[in-house]
Design a binder for this molecule. Structure first.
Ligand code: HEM
Length: 315
C-alpha cells in the first residue's frame, strides 16, 4: 500500500516539474514578463491536464507492456473506448416511462383543452371517442405506476440503483456549480463547472419527474376511484392533476427535450437512452470528475496487477 502511495507521489511530483518546464518554455518563447497570477492560473490548468492524460497513458502503457496478462481487464478499443452510463435495467425503466408518459400526455391534454381542433382530432378521429381515450389514459397510468414501483425497488434493492440514488441527492457543490455556470454565461468565469456522474441539470430533471410522478399518480388515483373519497377530494385531486399535468408536459418539452434533443451538442438526439454508452470524449466533456475517478481507480488496479505479474515472473 505504501509502495503504491510512493508511486503515485512520485508521479505527482514529476507532473508538477513537467508543468513548470512547460510554463518556463512558454515564457521563453513569448518573451514577456507574466504576472504571478497569470503563471499560477496557467500552471493549475496545465497540471490538471497532465494528471488527466497521464492516468490514461499509464493505463495504455501498462497494457502494452503486458499485452496478454492484462488484456482482459482493459477495454478492447484503445482509440475511443466507451463507458457504460446506464445499465439495461435502468434503460428499460426509462423506455416504459416515456411510452407511458407520451400516452398520458396525448390522451390527457385533450380533456384539459377540449375546445381545440387538435383535441377533437385526437379523441374522436384518432382514438374513436372519449371512452377509448380515457381507457388508453388508464393503460398509460398503469405503465407509469409500474415504473414508479420498479424504480423504487431498483433504488433500494440494487447496488447501482442505490449508488445512483445517493449521487442524485442535491448538495452544496450543485449550488456552487449553478453559480459558476451563471457566471460563465455572463462572461465572468473562463470555464464552466466540472461535473461528476450527475450535474445539477440532470438532478433537477430527475427530481422534477420523481415529484411529478407522486402528484400525478396520487391525484389520478383519486379521480379514478372517486367513489371511495368525499367530493372535495375529487375536486382538489382534479385541480392538482390538471395543473401538474400541464406543468409536467411543459417541463418535459422545454427542459428535458432541450437537454437530450435540441441542445446543439447532442442534436438531433443523444442515443444514450438506447445503448447506455458514452464515448471517452463525451465522458471527458460532460462528466470529467467521474471520468477522472474511473481512470484513477483503473490505474491503481493496473499498478497492482502489474506488480503481481512482476512478482510472479521474478519468482
Ligand atoms: C404524466 C402523467 C399524466 C399526465 C400528463 C396526465 C394528464 C391528464 C390531464 C391533463 C387530464 C385532464 C384533467 C382535466 O380534466 O383538466 C387527466 C385526466 C385524468 N387522469 Fe391523468 N395524467 C397523467 C397521469 C395519470 C395517472 C398516473 C393516472 C392514474 C393513476 C391518471 C388518471 C386520470 C384520470 C382518472 C383522469 C380523469 C379523466 C378520465 O377519466 O380519464 N392520470 N390526466
Amino acid at each position: 500500500m505504501n509502495d503504491k502511495k510512493l508511486n503515485l507521489d512520485k508521479r505527482e511530483s514529476y507532473i508538477k516539474s513537467l508543468s513548470n518546464n512547460i510554463i518556463e518554455s512558454a515564457v521563453d518563447i513569448v518573451k514577456i514578463e507574466p504576472t504571478v497570477e497569470q503563471i499560477n492560473e496557467i500552471r493549475e490548468e496545465v497540471t490538471e491536464r497532465l494528471q488527466y492524460e497521464s492516468s490514461s497513458l499509464l493505463n495504455e502503457a501498462v497494457t502494452k507492456l503486458h499485452p496478454t496478462s492484462l488484456s482482459e481487464m482493459m477495454p478492447e478499443e484503445r482509440e475511443e473506448r466507451s463507458f457504460e452510463r446506464f445499465g439495461k435495467n435502468f434503460r428499460y425503466q426509462h423506455m416504459l416511462m416515456f411510452v407511458s408518459v407520451i400516452t398520458l400526455i396525448v390522451t390527457g391534454m385533450p380533456l384539459k383543452f377540449p375546445e381545440f381542433d387538435i383535441s377533437k382530432f385526437i379523441v374522436i378521429d384518432l382514438l374513436g371517442g372519449l371512452h377509448n381515450s380515457t381507457l388508453i389514459h388508464r393503460i398509460g397510468a398503469v405503465g407509469l405506476i409500474i415504473v414508479g414501483i420498479w424504480h423504487l425497488i431498483y433504488s433500494v434493492g440494487s447496488k447501482v440503483g442505490r449508488r445512483d440514488f445517493f449521487l442524485m441527492i442535491p448538495n452544496l457543490k450543485d449550488a456552487s456549480d449553478f453559480m459558476c455556470r451563471m457566471r460563465y454565461y455572463i462572461g465572468k468565469e473562463k470555464n464552466g463547472p466540472k461535473f461528476g456522474r450527475f450535474s445539477f441539470i440532470e438532478k433537477f430533471d430527475y427530481w422534477a419527474v420523481y415529484w411529478g410522478m407522486v402528484i400525478m399518480i396520487g391525484s389520478g388515483a383519486i379521480m379514478w376511484f372517486k367513489e371511495l373519497f368525499p367530493k372535495y377530494f375529487y375536486d382538489i385531486g382534479r385541480e392538482m392533476h390538471s395543473d401538474e399535468g400541464l406543468l409536467a408536459t411543459l417541463s418535459i418539452i422545454i427542459w428535458h427535450f432541450y437537454n437530450v434533443h435540441f441542445n446543439p451538442e447532442v442534436f438531433p438526439m443523444s442515443w444514450t437512452w438506447w445503448h447506455g454508452q458514452l464515448t471517452e470524449t463525451e465522458m471527458k466533456h460532460h462528466h470529467p470528475l467521474e471520468y477522472e475517478e474511473i481512470i484513477k481507480k483503473e490505474s491503481l488496479e493496473i499498478i497492482k496487477q502489474a506488480e503481481k505479474i512482476n512478482e510472479e515472473e521474478n519468482g
